[in-house]
Design a protein around this ligand. Structure first.
Ligand code: T3D
Length: 261
């Protein structure tokens, strides 16, 4: 069974983590297949939005711990090397992709699985889903951007408690805290996530790419630097066909037909 499944839809792609028997935990093969699927979506001009989700009852349980047993001589895996080679590039791919990435968290999201979801642009979760900073439960620290995303999304007090205790947060609480966009009834999750992704695929893609770039920089920039960046990107987006269409459609009192360029 292939660890990643991609479904092409009109204007967008659905990428499914596909190791349900292990709650879609990461192996090297799954990392490599996911990287390839994301790169293909990024490179395809006809794909203007991406939906990421998991097969089965879990979203993603982080690193597959079966791959972390010391070898017969007691040799330990170099965790820094796998972070460098797989997890950090994954977060950078999601954040850096010049199109919106929706995440439908269909079940438990633990460890790097939880933080991969937080790296996406808009996160919907089934009400039965849980987010767990599971790292401390096995003697590790949060990775995949957890210590970056958590305090920015939910504040220092909640970030510290979640990271230090490894306690689970359910989807409703996560939405109330601002960790995710919405908690959705389980039987509505996929329809709502697909409808949202399909809608985003009809929006001004270049503008969305620049919105992502602005928000990605806002945590590190001071106000002056951010104002300058807004000026520069507004100048750039003002040259797109979609901007002309947006203004024209407004003046003609009709819905815009954005081409994504
Ligand atoms: O290593 C590095 O390179 C550094 C990077 C690290 C990144 C990380 O993500 S570290 C964190 C790794 N993940 C975890 O520690 C989570 C481990 N899993 C769990 O704590 C629980 O499975 C869950 C809380 C996620 C879900 O619990 P529950 O009760 O709903 O399901 P379960 O029964 O525990 O799991 C179902 C099956 O999936 C089970 O297999 P079985 O018994 O049916 O054959 C279980 O062993 C398997 N599974 C779940 N998570 C993992 C896993 N197998 C391997 N690795 C997993 N992470």
């Amino acid at each position: 069974m292939t660890p990643i499944r991609t479904e092409a839809r009109p204007g967008w792609r659905k990428i499914v983590l596909n190791r349900p028997e292990r709650l879609n935990a990461f192996t090297v093969a799954m990392h490599e297949a996911l990287a390839e699927a994301l790169d293909e979506a990024a490179a395809d001009a006809a794909c203007r939005a991406v939906l990421l989700t998991g097969e089965g009852r879990g979203f993603c349980a982080g690193q597959d711990l079966n791959d972390r047993v010391p070898d017969e001589a007691g040799g330990r895996p170099d965790l820094g090397a796998t972070i460098e080679r797989y997890y950090n590039p994954l977060v950078r791919r999601l954040r850096g992709m010049e199109k919106p990435v929706v995440c439908a968290v269909n079940g438990v999201a633990a460890g790097a699985g939880a933080n991969m979801a937080l790296a996406c642009d808009i996160v919907l979760a089934a009400k039965s889903a849980k987010f767990i900073q599971a790292f401390v439960r096995i003697g590790l620290v949060p990775d995949s951007g957890g210590t970056y995303f958590l305090p920015r999304l939910i504040g220092d007090a909640r970030a510290r408690a979640l990271a230090i205790t490894g306690d689970a947060v359910d989807a409703a609480q996560a939405a109330q805290w601002g960790l995710i966009w919405q908690a959705v009834d389980d039987d509505r999750l996929m329809a709502e996530a697909e409808a949202l992704t399909a809608r985003l695929a009809t929006q001004p893609t270049r503008a969305i790419a620049m919105i992502k770039a602005l928000l990605n920089r806002s945590g590190a920039n001071d106000l002056d630097a951010q104002l300058n960046l807004e000026r520069d990107l507004q100048r750039a987006v003002g040259d797109t066909t979609d901007y002309l269409e947006g203004v024209q459609a407004f003046l003609e009192k009709r819905e815009p037909r954005f081409a994504g360029r």
